[in-house]
Design a protein around this ligand. Structure first.
Ligand code: ZN
Length: 293
């Protein structure tokens, strides 16, 4: 099984996770810029974070045989903090970089005026940079948030096929499907969407325009939920080709629209990549801690 996790926050994960993901078949991922739990108080903490996403984290993933891409944005939650407003001005610098495959996560958290302004502005940037957009839907008021999200997408002029609306469930999927956007599903360990509910959604509406992700981050989450969804699909009678479509070819098709993928789309299913050199360095730093003698 070859897996492309289209939404996972590796900055918050360990080297054990990288090893387990590689063993489960993960060969590529997208790490969206998001909220770190602790509020940021200045522009500098955002630019350092964005630099880490396109630099150190990509290097770290490469040491485990995984191609790391990212998306860049001012996230919905911090769009409410006036100290973070300047972030919007530095985004163009990052949206031009290699391996930045979308604008995101954008969207709504609490559906405020500030969130809507930042969201609309960033959809404009997606149009300007000809990039897809990754849209977060609120965990509360999900239905109304999704409806307003789709209105803003229409107003932006960004083609629906360039937009993934994420964290969907059985209630919100149909309106996103009708709008022609891609449908993202985050599979969580104890709450919300799980792999069995995901399989039922796939049985009901098919495999078109569906992305399945672990959304693993600093909260309770599981970076192997993509592989577990693949296993649940097989157990439910889907073919290996169906699993490959959902877990590999669909994310390649969606993020390939950026023209900036760093992974071979035809990567062999059983590719055991050339062993990485753990002593390799990024700006003088390696993933080893000190020397071994
Ligand atoms: Zn996320």
């Amino acid at each position: 099984m070859r897996i492309f996790d289209p939404h996972i926050h590796m900055t918050s994960r360990t080297t054990d996770d990288y090893e387990a993901m590689h063993a489960a078949g993960v060969r590529a991922l997208v790490e969206p810029a998001f909220w770190l739990g602790q509020p940021r108080t200045s522009l500098g903490s955002f630019t350092d974070y964005f630099d880490a996403l396109v630099g150190w984290e990509r290097f770290r993933a490469s040491q485990f045989g995984i191609a790391h891409h990212c998306t860049i944005a001012l996230n919905p939650k911090e769009a409410n903090d006036p100290r973070c407003a300047e972030v919007l001005d530095v985004l163009p610098r990052y949206l031009a970089k290699d391996g930045v495959v979308a604008v995101g996560e954008v969207g709504f958290d609490s559906m405020t005026v500030e969130e809507e302004k930042a969201f609309a502005r960033q959809l404009e940037l997606a149009v300007e940079f000809e990039l897809p957009a990754m849209v977060h839907t609120p965990h509360r008021d999900k239905e109304q948030g999704t409806r307003r999200t789709l209105e803003l997408v229409t107003e932006s002029g960004l083609a629906p096929g360039m937009v993934v609306v994420d964290h969907l469930n059985e209630v919100t999927v149909d309106q996103v499907d009708e709008a022609g956007c891609w449908m993202g599903f985050s599979i969580y360990p104890d709450t919300k969407m799980d792999e069995h509910r995901m399989v039922a959604v796939l049985q009901r509406r098919g495999l078109d325009r569906v992305l399945v992700n672990s959304a693993a981050d600093w909260g309770r989450s599981d970076p192997l939920k993509t592989a577990k969804t693949g296993a649940a699909m097989l157990a439910a009678g889907f073919s290996a080709d169906d699993v490959d479509r959902v877990l590999w070819r669909n994310p390649i098709e969606f993020f390939g629209q950026s023209g900036r993928l760093l992974v071979d789309p035809d990567l062999a299913d059983d590719a055991s990549d050339a062993g990485s050199d753990a002593s390799a360095t990024f700006e003088g730093n390696s993933i080893l801690r000190g020397s071994r003698d």
